[in-house]
Design a protein around this ligand. Structure first.
Ligand SMILES: [Fe+2]
Ligand SMILES: [Fe+2]
Length: 250
């Protein structure tokens, strides 16, 4: 699968996009991911009303969604789930045991099905993988395997962006085209952030697009260190890839 066939819209974020002003910012994260075979909603932000408004602003058709991937059970990632299911119950949910048993039982009745991902890296669709439920938040990240390299998407990355990046690079033996989402570095020291930047180099990471819970200090250091390889993420941002796997903002 060519990276140029992937299209990602960030539709919920507490960070304003530098290029898009159509959407409302609110604490949380959600991305809408289109591949040749699937249309995936990655997390649902903290609020269904704002999620639907932002999707409408971006011209997104909710009926096209066939997969919902919930990174973990924190309120700012699952708050919009009911608004989506009400409009489109024909979806399969991929969740981790961080979601309560009652949530899983209820959504099984209201959707095509709910798959609970264990701790191992797991394929969920052609070219699309869950990292497995990791850390104390049992969080899963998404790995999309393209011919040119890997695309990794994080909700909060409570278990560590670096750990998942290393796992993906080692498993697939490919360079990383993009790390996108919340990097959860708000209270980390400069030394810890610099160690993470070292992992970005070691995993041959081409582009990073942090947002949500990454933290201002980390964003500033990334910007200074990586310059063109760093793009600030934000709500309403849309992107694809060119033929060599570089990010193209739309
Ligand atoms: Fe979060
Ligand atoms: Fe979280």
């Amino acid at each position: 699968m060519k990276a140029s066939s992937i299209h990602i819209d960030t539709i919920f974020n507490n960070i304003v996009s530098t290029t898009e002003t159509c959407c409302t910012t609110l604490w949380g994260f959600s991305s809408y991911i289109q591949t040749p075979e699937h249309t995936i909603l990655f997390d649902t932000g903290s609020n269904g009303r704002i999620l639907l408004k932002n999707m409408l602003s971006k011209g997104i058709d909710i009926q096209k969604i066939d997969t919902i991937f919930l990174s973990h059970g924190h309120w700012d990632h699952i708050g919009g789930i009911d608004s989506i299911i009400e409009l489109n119950p024909y979806v399969t949910l991929y969740v981790t045991p961080h979601l309560s048993k009652n949530f899983i039982r209820d959504y099984r009745q209201q959707s095509r099905g709910v798959e609970v991902i264990g701790e191992k890296l797991t394929q969920i669709a052609p070219h699309i993988y869950s990292s497995g439920a990791r850390g104390s938040s049992l969080e899963q990240s998404m790995i999309i395997e393209c011919d040119e390299g890997l695309i990794l998407i994080f909700g909060c990355a409570h278990s560590g962006v670096g750990e998942i990046a290393k796992l993906a690079a080692k498993t697939f033996k490919k360079e990383i085209l993009l790390l996108l989402g919340g990097f959860h570095l708000e209270n980390r020291s400069d030394e810890e952030i610099r160690k993470l930047m070292q992992i970005f180099q070691e995993t041959h990471t081409k582009t990073i697009i942090p947002s949500h819970c990454t933290g201002e200090r980390a964003m500033k250091l990334f910007h200074e260190e990586f310059q063109g390889a760093y793009i600030q993420g934000g709500v309403g941002q849309s992107l694809t890839f060119d033929s060599d796997g570089s990010v193209v903002l739309l």
